[in-house]
Design a protein around this ligand. Structure first.
Ligand SMILES: Nc1nc2c(ncn2[C@@H]2O[C@H](COP(=O)(O)OP(=O)(O)OP(=O)(O)O)[C@@H](O)[C@H]2O)c(=O)[nH]1
Ligand SMILES: [Mg+2]
Length: 220
């Protein structure tokens, strides 16, 4: 079997399990978002703020994906009792989560008590975009410090996103960033994405983000 054939088999197997995961979530009436970004774009910080705001209104569970360490899980546990860490170094150190990892993780939760499952993928702007993991939508975080050209240089990640959150907006006064260029480049690769400008430090855009999350219902 050639390397290409093996890779195709891996993807097909992954897609089948992703469908199983999605079916389980639909059956349980749980909406699932898959958050992807380059390392450090602000995923966990946004989740700290998000979970604090959703407490009492939306029952959440979180799956944290990292190559190693439970650092992000430990940051979120004060805000949510259902946080499960996947470390991909147990599976060879993959740069992305795979559907089988999510399927196994579902067994760690009481699915009857969850409305929103949030998955923070491994920080990487390439690999996570290729792997369906059973989610209903993909959320891409893109921080101001990454530069205006990233949508053009990493088009696949930008293209698969349903929502693009431009993060760290509070840094705007300190950076030479052309926000109109950012908008233009996002539109070039994904004109249909909803774009929300946020700062986890000042709270800018978080109302719109939380309203979006509250509007989500599983498509079964
Ligand atoms: N100024 C500013 N800094 C932020 C903001 N959000 C996150 N940061 C900082 O960015 C750094 C990385 O944030 P994280 O939330 O850990 O990023 P991440 O995407 O979860 O990182 P990985 O999980 O390692 O990929 C930290 O120092 C945060 O304090 C923001 O809105 N504004
Ligand atoms: Mg993180």
């Amino acid at each position: 079997m050639s390397e290409i054939e093996i890779a195709r088999d891996v993807m097909e197997e992954n897609d089948l399990i992703a469908k199983e995961v999605n079916d389980i979530l639909n059956e349980k009436n749980i909406y699932c978002i898959n958050i992807i970004s380059s390392p450090g774009a602000g995923k966990t910080t946004l989740l700290e703020k998000t979970l604090a705001r959703l407490k009492g209104s939306t029952a959440c569970a979180v799956i944290e994906g990292d190559i190693s360490t439970p650092i992000d899980r430990d940051r979120l546990l004060p805000h949510c009792e259902s946080v499960y860490q996947i470390n991909t170094d147990t599976f060879g150190g993959d740069c992305h989560l795979s559907a089988f990892m999510i399927k196994d993780a579902l067994a760690e939760f009481d699915l009857d008590k969850i409305k929103l499952l949030i998955i923070e993928n491994v920080g990487n702007l390439i690999c996570p975009a290729d792997f369906e993991i059973g989610e209903h939508s993909k959320i891409l975080l893109y921080s101001l410090t990454e530069g205006e050209d990233k949508p053009l240089k990493y088009p696949v990640s930008f293209n698969v996103a349903d929502v693009i959150l431009v993060t760290k907006m509070d840094l705007m006064p300190h950076l030479e960033v052309d926000i109109s260029k950012i908008k233009e480049n996002i539109a070039k690769v994904n004109a249909g994405a909803r774009v929300i400008f946020v700062s986890s430090k000042t709270g800018e855009g978080l109302d719109e983000w939380i309203d979006y999350l509250k509007s989500l219902t599983p498509r079964g």
